[in-house]
Design a protein around this ligand. Sequence first.
Ligand SMILES: Cc1cc2nc3c(=O)[nH]c(=O)nc-3n(C[C@H](O)[C@H](O)[C@H](O)COP(=O)(O)OP(=O)(O)OC[C@H]3O[C@@H](n4cnc5c(N)ncnc54)[C@H](O)[C@@H]3O)c2cc1C
Length: 386
Amino acid sequence: MGMSMAIIGSDSIPQAPVLIVGGGISGLALGIALRRAGRAVDLVELNPTWTVYGVGIILQANGLRALQRLGLSSACIAASYPYAMSLHHEEDGRPRAARHKPSLADEGLPASCGILRPALHELLRDTALAAGVQVRLGITVSTIADQPAAAEVRFSDGSEGVYDLVVGADGLRSTVRSLCFAQAQAPRFTGQGCWRYTLPRDAQVQSALMYHGRQARVAGLVPVSQEAMYLLLLSEEPGNPRLADADLPDLLRERLRHFGGLIPAAAQHIPGPQDIVYRPLETQLVDAPWHRGRVVLAGDAAHATTPHMAQGASMALEDAVVLTDCLGGSGSLEQALQRYTARRFERCRRVVEASLQLGEWQMRPEPGSDPLALLRDVATELMKPA
Ligand SMILES: Cc1cc2nc3c(=O)[nH]c(=O)nc-3n(C[C@H](O)[C@H](O)[C@H](O)COP(=O)(O)OP(=O)(O)OC[C@H]3O[C@@H](n4cnc5c(N)ncnc54)[C@H](O)[C@@H]3O)c2cc1C
């Protein structure tokens, strides 16, 4: 890109808005951060109802630190269930190991929390709207013409816009990525699927409880509020079968049947198909750099990971804070976007690769491997500032 380009945040040249494509965790967090930095922000979200499914998500201390930068950590923690340990068990429920999660207690943050996805979404959505992010629902980008002076965008409803920067925060199947990053490989199925549903919290569930079962299955119970917790099950799903919705309750019941501990009681609450969220696990790491001209990727669009480290959302939140920092610095837009990839790539690569390794070890155990040590080491590294 030419050296004459205005950097976002510079006040020397009038700035066109930033366009964020995707109103999920990364898009909303970025919208809030950019508005706080004084930028005009348009956001388009494909889902006309802008809803998210009703199960939980785990945020780690580093993700809470990113929310703290947005002024949202207290509200998030108040809506969540903070906890400090993962308690690991054998399939039959006997304790195996307790893992103390690294924390940022000196920054006033718990080690982690479980929160319902709709609660996190509402917090980010309401804050973004109140901050002045201009949102349009039910549309996406059709074309992006990346010109030296601006990105010219045509939307799926036929409208058009001119932007300083277009951010693809549109998740694993990013349209922005497919429009502008022709060389990026498609997301890859890892061999496992993840099952989740929400149920009333058992008073004994005050941390994440994990049960390591046969056939590479790992079941977990995670508190998300005083009242609720969610069950998650990771299972090997050879060939990535298409599972009919109507079959989900029975398939899940079958996959949970050998587990002991608190799992049989939780399995009594298996809901109807509409309330079971099943996802094949897919992964993706776009090669550096994560920008082409005036188009940049954030969140799952750039780096989609499996839930083994429960870091996807925390990485998305960090992207938003770091991208905003980089855009507020000196130099050209090109330099700012280079700094963004430079600060994010290795950290995200570490999470994606460690998560894949943990899944691999579940499916194909290797003598001498130590999954809890890998989890601990990477989680500890992530306590360093992003
Ligand atoms: C089974 C499973 C469990 C997980 N558990 C955890 C966990 O415990 N902790 C954790 O940190 N992470 C977890 N993750 C990962 C986490 O969900 C993601 O990393 C996170 O949601 C990424 O946020 P995002 O905003 O980049 O993408 P998304 O949350 O996918 O948001 C993308 C948004 O873009 C919209 N969109 C899509 N296409 C378009 C388009 N063409 N135009 C406009 N809008 C579009 C979508 O509707 C959506 O609103 C898990 C993931 C899976 C699959």
